[in-house]
Design a protein around this ligand. Sequence first.
Ligand SMILES: *Cc1c(COP(=O)(O)O)cnc(C)c1O
Length: 394
Amino acid sequence: MIYEDSAAWARAQDAKDPGLRDAFIFPESGPLYFAGHSLGLQPRQARPYVLEVLDDWARHGVEGHFAAARPWIKYQELLTASTARLVGGQPEEVVVMNTLSVNLHLMMVSFYRPRPGKFRILIERGAFPSDQYAVASQARFHGYADAVLESDDPLQTLHERGGEIALALIGLPNYLTGRVFDAPALVRAAHQAGAFIGFDLAHGVGNLLLQLHEWGPDFAAWCNYKYLNAGPGGLGGVFVHQRHSRAALPRFEGWWGHDKEKRFEMSPRYSPIVGAEAWQLSNPPILQLAALRASMELFDQVGMPALRARGDGLTGYLEWLLLRLGAEVLTPPERGSMLTVRFAKAQSLVLALQKRRAIVDFRPPDIVRIAPAPLYNSYGDVQSLCALIRELHG
Ligand SMILES: *Cc1c(COP(=O)(O)O)cnc(C)c1O
């Protein structure tokens, strides 16, 4: 695409490809919103869907499990097909449950099985702190200190030290740099080394084109409140590859993972659902699911291939404009919709942008993360933001 640095060019581009901007509420304090990688915007349809659940609760009380407009007993199933499409999984491989850090621990209960000589957990260097705390505490829980291997090049580390590695947990992309690792190659290398591998898709789901079933990681986990717009504290999602659907993996279990037909027989014997749903412990928060449903319908409407193409256009434009400003873009070409940029006076720039009602994300000491969310950001947004940066950063 041949870009131009002009509001008129950006407007013309938006007229050709408007995205789903009108389906979202842009915040009054920050209508130039570039933090969809941190907390996605509210879909207009979230409020009516949440109100529907509140109304059903008021009208039906406990009977709402069966009598609600969308019965709560199987409300989460409304999200299964859309979730599977987003990650390129089979419906039985995905479930929406809990939150991300909790799910990472539940996945490690099953997929971190250390033994002497093969106990290491490989993560990418600079992984999200919660992931670092989770892997280190899992290793300690199993009696291993210093079991965590951090690597700038996880693929090479798998080739060189795979024998020691029990589990690889890799952010796709890394939350700070936006770098997307070669997922199929990592999976092949991990499995060749006899290690399990999982991806943290917090910044990947709703952003990257994912083919989890085909790539074959053992598991993946993500949150739904970043690109997926589920709202603050929204639920997480999990993928467990089909090859483990019926395997007797160790697992923490609860009544919501029990065979649905027989759940209310309240039998003392656990009989698991086949697939990822067997990892569920509790009945899910319906209000949260309702908000997520509003966003999932929008993803279904556009589809990930079209969305990724739009994301590449917007992100390419952002990069082109930033480079013209002389900014240092740290994100490599293997990326999704977020650019990590170094500015000499990053903090004062971000505060000045905020005063002008533009929201980007600051990471000390000098890093700014800017994410044009392909569902709702526009070429006009990107052009306006960079014009502001030019004015404020000088
Ligand atoms: C956002 C994010 C989290 C947040 O975890 P929660 O349990 O949802 O609070 C964890 N890991 C990564 C990589 C993230 O980007």
